[in-house]
Design a protein around this ligand. Structure first.
Ligand code: ADP
Ligand code: ZN
Length: 611
């Protein structure tokens, strides 16, 4: 007899203590209870486990759960034991005697759930033994692992496709938190779930306020700032390396933040103790690598900060998703740089994977950084990425609250791209920028003869560097590591062509900084507080004339203007209007050498304005 959804609700209340099904849970459970296979994509924290746990309790036979990580299985089995559910796992870490015990329970029909790794499940001997037992269902957790379009492809998951033939009568349920449309199609194809109903929850997390910032350097200081601005709240900080985690935790403790470090390099007992401490505390910060998170279910995490960004939107959403599980407002803050992207791409490149998989992961990394560095609502970008349609702006992410002014830099982008093209990707950033400005030192005849040499004199070096970063984020340029002296080459050929043809616009958040030929760096002089004293309006014309004279003089001598006279000095001259050299000498900043060199020119200029 088929159990009803009402019975399922009873189990939900009695065994698990929850009043109502959440989101699509009820629908997924009803489908499986009816003996049909299904695929469910529910966000992190959406309650995926109950989708197979409850039917396993209600259907006769044991429910098999395939999971990629022993840690995950251990957590679930322990949690089920707490709820009074008979569950066990069979994996290499389980003591042989306990395994025997599990087999006796299975034979007696007293086990409700059995957790296995994919490779263990698919061993012929295992399949043979299991085939003799009544099975309630087969659940495939983290089903995106089956797809090379996903962000976490695991070849051993591929074997699971055979389950359809091995257990044709048993409903199979594939669940995952993160699968874009293409990955979902692939899961269905690989796991032979083409006919199965698909349940895809909205990826909206209205309680999360997202933001992202370009970091300068390693962003350490900024993390300290962000954390100390959020006292008395629990948070998770993700860093890319174990050393990074240890250092950041130490830095935080040094400024009085109770921070714990967590990564796979730590002793198991230490990790367990720290996890427990974090889970129990109301405040406190966990600084961790991605080793932290699986099965961590602390409801009141108020912020997740990425000191280093993850590699794809899938991982981003999962990690950020650990904030605000209680539904109360929480923040997801990401610090990122073009260097992080380049590092992520190098890592993908260096992995032992099929080229096709590398290409997918590379594209995912680029899409993620395009979101980080983009100009539109972040939450909407993520939801669209996961295939949601008709998504509206969240109204609360940093970009919704302060929409950046998008500035069209397509023309500049074309110049940079064609310069890279002409230079054949043989130079790094610095040389590329010099080339655009036409200030390469001793350029070869080849380089000086290129049509792109000096084509970009309108922007400062910093302006060009920013644009080059942006083009890297957009995949229009790419970095070749070249033993830590990265070379800049053209990125995606199709996209580059689209920019050349004007079909693709390049928008930047700020117009590139203009070149100021009056400064040595080419950067416009900063309007600092001790800038030139205000010159009264009626003295402005003389002041401007003095500046023009200075600029010409500087150019003639190939020196920066300020070594001739500071603005402050010119302003004083404009106000005092010294007619004679003695009077000029009284102006601060005018010494004898300057009198000798420029005295006549300046007093002559003043005389022409003396009315
Ligand atoms: P996921 O695997 O989807 O990230 P879990 O299955 O681990 O999520 O569930 C996340 C949390 O939500 C758990 O603490 C679980 O007890 C809780 N939960 C699941 N379903 C419900 C529900 N219907 N009502 C309230 N809490 C629920
Ligand atoms: Zn938004």
């Amino acid at each position: 007899m088929t159990a009803s959804l009402d019975e399922a609700r009873e189990v939900l209340r009695h065994t698990f203590g929850h009043a109502e099904f959440r989101g699509l849970q009820g629908a997924v459970i009803a489908e499986v209870l009816a003996g049909r296979s299904a695929m469910a994509v529910l966000p992190t924290g959406g309650g995926k486990s109950l989708c197979y746990q409850i039917p396993s309790l209600l259907r006769s036979g044991v429910g098999l759960v395939v999971s990629p990580l022993i840690a995950l299985m251990t957590d679930q089995v322990a949690a089920l034991a707490q709820a009074g559910v008979a569950a066990a796992r069979l994996d290499s870490a389980v003591d042989p005697r306990d395994q025997d015990e599990t087999w006796s329970q299975l034979a007696a029909g007293s086990l409700d759930l059995l957790y296995l790794s994919p490779e263990r499940l698919m061993q012929p001997a295992m399949l043979e033994r299991l085939a003799r037992l009544p099975l309630a269902l087969v659940a495939i957790d983290e089903a995106h692992c089956v797809s090379q379009w996903g962000h976490d492809f695991r070849p051993e998951y591929r074997m699971l496709g055979r389950l359809a033939e091995i257990f044709p009568e048993v409903p199979r349920l594939a669940v995952t938190a993160t699968a874009d449309a293409r990955t979902r199609d692939d899961i269905r194809a690989e796991l032979q779930l083409k006919e199965a109903a698909e349940f895809v929850a909205s990826f909206a997390r209205p309680e999360l306020q997202l933001s992202a910032e370009r970091k300068s350097g390693r962003g350490r200081k900024r993390v300290l700032e962000l954390v100390t601005e959020r006292p008395g709240r629990a948070g998770v900080i993700y860093a890319g390396s174990r050393d990074g985690v240890d250092e950041l935790a130490a830095d935080l403790r040094a400024v009085g933040v109770p921070a714990l470090a967590y990564h796979a390099g730590l002793d198991k007992a230490v990790r367990a103790a720290r996890l427990e401490e974090f889970l129990e505390a109301e405040t406190g910060v966990m600084v961790a690598t991605i080793a932290f998170g699986m099965g961590v279910d602390k409801p009141d995490v108020r912020f997740v900060i990425h000191a280093d960004p993850p590699a794809a939107i899938e991982a981003y959403w999962q990690e950020i998703g650990r904030a605000g599980r209680d539904g109360e407002p929480a923040e997801g803050i990401t610090l990122y740089s073009a260097a992080d992207l380049s590092w992520a791409l190098r890592r993908i490149e260096s992995r032992d994977m099929e080229d096709e998989v590398k290409q997918v992961q590379t594209r995912k990394a680029r899409q993620f950084y395009a979101m980080l560095n983009g100009t539109g609502c972040r939450a909407a970008a993520v939801r669209r990425y996961f295939g949601e349609e008709g998504v509206e702006a969240c109204g609360q992410c940093d970009l919704c609250l302060a929409p950046p002014h998008a500035h069209d830099a397509s023309l500049a982008a074309q110049k940079a791209l064609s310069a890279v093209h002409r230079l054949g990707g043989r130079f790094g950033r610095g040389r590329l920028v010099d080339h655009l400005l036409g200030k390469t030192k001793e350029p070869s005849d080849f380089e000086a003869g290129l049509s792109t040499f000096g084509i970009g004199r309108e922007f400062s070096p910093a302006g060009w560097r920013d644009l080059v970063e942006q083009l890297i984020f957009e995949g229009l340029l790419k970095e070749d590591p070249n033993d830590n002296r990265p070379l800049i080459g053209l990125g995606d050929a199709e996209a580059v062509r689209a920019v050349y043809r004007g079909e693709r616009k390049v928008a930047v958040r700020q117009a590139p900084e203009p070149l100021d030929s009056a400064t040595r760096s080419g950067r416009p002089r900063r309007k600092s507080r001790d800038a030139a004293p205000a010159v009264p309006p009626h003295d402005q014309p003389l002041f401007e004339a003095l500046r023009a004279w200075r600029a010409a003089e500087a150019k003639r001598q190939h020196v920066p203007p300020y070594v001739i006279f500071h603005d402050r000095t010119l302003a004083e001259i404009a106000v005092r209007k010294p007619a004679r050299l003695e009077a000029l000498a009284a102006v601060s900043g005018v010494g004898q050498a300057k009198i000798d060199r420029y005295g006549a020119a300046v007093t002559d200029l003043v005389a022409t304005f003396d009315s």
